[in-house]
Design a protein around this ligand. Sequence first.
Ligand code: ADP
Ligand code: MG
Length: 238
Amino acid sequence: MAKLELHDIRKTFGEVDVLKGISLTVEDGEFAAFVGPSGCGKSTLLRLICGLDEITSGQMAIDGEIVNDVPASRRGLAMVFQSYALYPHMTVADNMGYALRLAGTPKPEIRQRVENAARILRIDPYLDRKPRQLSGGQRQRVAIGRAIVREPRIFLFDEPLSNLDAALRVDMRIEIARMKERLGTTMVYVTHDQIEAMTLADKIVVMNAGRVEQVGSPLELYNRPANRFVAGFIGSPR
Ligand code: ADP
Ligand code: MG
């Protein structure tokens, strides 16, 4: 588990200011949902946190350590994307354990971590199957399982459920709530689905055009939106 602190994070692509000074804290063990319209900079921010791209200015700290120059592989984070690719020729267990195998983790430990993650996500009966023998929701659980086995300090999710149909999204919401409860790891969860944010998050960060409009608990945002934008965004489920 780890605390994440962002101080005046800016990101410019060429002439375009995509992030215009993001400052906020995600506490140890907190589930923070980042919401905002398409193009407001959510994925860019996640990529910066993850270390997949460099910040233009500002400071980022994990557990008090400035990580601006720490490479992605040493930040101890794991990201789950909207579109995930599983290796079709590998079993579910091998897919989940692959990163650990590359890192040289001993086989019995890989097996144990894979089994634990599979139990949390309730895919333990499918460990010996191939991805094509799974449903879409089960495959997405494998993708989340790959992140769990790495025992990251922080989980980063980029709209992990947006490719699933409505009924599956509800199931997966329950799965993610279970994961939050069981692991208690800090989670940064990007979504454009207000319901997901309202039901899962301890804290919601509302973004708009590269800035933070408001940070608060779901109830605070619902009851006391800072402005019309937040009111419109939180108050009107799609
Ligand atoms: P969101 O995830 O909130 O939909 P993004 O972070 O993907 O938004 O994008 C924010 C803005 O940054 C968009 O206008 C997008 O076109 C721009 N952008 C993202 N990545 C790049 C890049 N590599 N080069 C130039 N512009 C980019
Ligand atoms: Mg995005």
